[in-house]
Design a protein around this ligand. Structure first.
Ligand SMILES: Nc1ncnc2c1ncn2[C@@H]1O[C@H](COP(=O)(O)OP(=O)(O)O)[C@@H](O)[C@H]1O
Ligand SMILES: Nc1ccn([C@H]2C[C@H](O)[C@@H](COP(=O)(O)OP(=O)(O)O)O2)c(=O)n1
Length: 228
């Protein structure tokens, strides 16, 4: 880099549902002046489009045939992340129970993963200061050369309690069951499953506050930048 400019830093944060990836990634990016990409939102967005267009989600061939159709655009400002499909703001609709229950089936289809991973790589390599990218396969497949890889974990109980706190009135046991089922589907699919990269730093967040997790990741990024 010339003129003392700092090389963009690429941070990959992976892990199962409810481990704190989104909240941590957003805060770390905001604190360090980096961009932020929620890759789960992209898989939710393509799932929302398939549901809206009546695609048979039990048929991987039908999903693959239309995987290239929707135009998905992610805004990467951590203080105001956005997501649109064919120009429509879908930030709300992608969080419905229906999309949540179908996203694993859609995201297991290789043609969907190829399409969405391309978008992710384009966004990750196009930033000036760097980016925090969160998902399931960022450290293993999408950005294997990331400067820092973090794999967040937490007990199923802690994750279910966090999630049911978000969904007002949700039953913790039902939430736990749905979350464990989705993680199992995401971890066992053939193409690019949820997995910890060999060189990722694992952080168990069960007993940590969100502020502690953020501080831990910020420190890891700063150490990397300092060449430690
Ligand atoms: N360490 C933590 N302790 C308590 N609550 C947390 C912690 N990390 C995240 N949360 C809360 O848990 C919920 C799920 O976090 P989120 O960042 O969406 O997880 P993920 O992106 O991994 O699914 C949010 O309501 C968030 O505020
Ligand atoms: N890099 C990614 C990110 C998400 N996915 C899939 C698998 C996940 O169950 C869904 C939704 O991801 P999201 O991060 O929004 O999930 P939660 O915030 O944990 O509910 O997308 C994926 O296959 N690969």
């Amino acid at each position: 880099m010339e003129n003392g400019a700092v090389k963009p830093v690429i941070v990959a944060i992976d892990g199962p549902s409810g481990t704190g990836k989104s909240s941590t990634s957003k805060a770390v990016a905001a604190q360090l002046g980096l961009s932020y990409l929620d890759t789960g939102a992209q898989y939710r967005a393509i799932t929302w489009w398939m549901v809206t267009n009546g695609i048979d989600l039990t048929d991987p061939t039908a999903i693959a045939a239309v995987a290239g159709k929707p135009e998905i655009v992610s805004g990467t400002d951590p203080s105001h992340p956005t997501i649109t499909v064919d120009g429509v703001d879908v930030a709300g609709p992608i969080r419905t129970e229906e999309v949540t229950s179908k996203v694993s089936a859609v995201s297991a289809v290789p043609e969907v993963r190829t399409r969405i991973s391309e978008l992710q790589r384009l966004l990750a390599t196009g930033t000036e200061t760097g980016i925090v990218v969160e998902g399931r396969d960022i450290g293993t497949t999408v950005l294997p050369d990331a400067d820092l890889k973090v794999f967040l974990t937490a007990s199923a109980e802690a994750r279910a309690a966090r999630r049911s706190g978000e969904l007002k009135g949700a039953d913790v046991n039902a939430t736990r069951e749905a979350l464990v089922k989705r993680d199992a589907a995401d971890s066992s699919r053939k193409t690019s499953p949820l997995a910890k990269a060999d060189d990722a730093v694992e952080v168990d967040t069960t007993e940590l506050t969100l502020a502690q997790v953020i501080e831990c990741v910020v420190t890891l990024v700063e150490e990397k930048r300092a060449g430690k």
